[in-house]
Design a protein around this ligand. Structure first.
Ligand SMILES: CC(C)(COP(=O)(O)OP(=O)(O)OC[C@H]1O[C@@H](n2cnc3c(N)ncnc32)[C@H](O)[C@@H]1OP(=O)(O)O)[C@@H](O)C(=O)NCCC(=O)NCCS
Length: 174
């Protein structure tokens, strides 16, 4: 069944959604509208629809969504090169944040990457994005560098964070 964006659910529908289970699965072209909708609301410089579509088709990318009662509420896109992976984008629908969906996504991502024999995962995160940094640190990511003025429009640095998947195992999260 196709997952859809949540329009404006009534209180009853909302309660049903809240109570239902969530699961992570591979992203498909049918998720494009939902994923792009969350992406646009989550970032100042969002990925285009075409970029997301390209990664869904890219055999070297790992693209996952979290589905909650047939609604897409979060996603991650990651590129794999040799034994390294780079997280390109990751976001959770703002209405479902702080409900462990980000954690669920990262847990599945690190499991899938481990199966693909990936050893290291890298990502850039805004210096000011403390929520995401806390999430990544929970999984054992460490700050391994600073990319000066990476977000040049806003004159903001990025922290380069990295995770050794073998170390991640010690956290019991991978
Ligand atoms: C960052 C983001 C993905 C977190 O997703 P989430 O589903 O809300 O996170 P979870 O509920 O799984 O939280 C897991 C942990 O992350 C940390 N965390 C998440 N949001 C946080 C916040 N607003 N403030 C402080 N810590 C936060 C906490 O350590 C939390 O564990 P806890 O609940 O035991 O305290 C989400 O806020 C988001 O989509 N933000 C906008 C897009 C973005 O910044 N993406 C990352 C780009 S690098």
């Amino acid at each position: 069944m196709t997952a859809h964006c949540i329009p404006n659910p009534s209180k009853e529908v909302w309660d049903l959604i809240e109570a239902s289970g969530v699961h992570v699965r591979k992203m498909t072209e049918q998720d494009l509208n939902s994923v792009h909708g969350i992406e646009r609301k989550s970032f100042r410089n969002p990925w285009s629809r075409q970029s997301i579509a390209r990664e869904i088709r890219n055999p070297d990318s790992l693209t996952l969504v979290v589905e909650k009662d047939h609604f897409v509420v979060g996603y991650v896109i990651c590129w794999c090169v040799c034994d390294e992976a780079h997280v390109g984008t990751l976001a959770v629908d703002s209405r479902f944040r702080r409900t462990k969906i980000g954690e669920k996504l990262l847990r599945q991502l690190t499991k899938d990457l481990t199966r693909k024999n990936i050893n290291h995962v890298y990502l850039e995160v805004r210096h000011s994005n403390l929520a995401a940094q806390k999430l990544y640190k929970k999984f054992g990511f460490k700050v391994s560098g600073v990319r000066k003025n990476y977000y040049s429009k806003e004159n903001e640095d990025a922290l380069l964070m990295s995770l050794s998947l073998k170390e991640g195992l010690q956290y019991g999260l991978v």
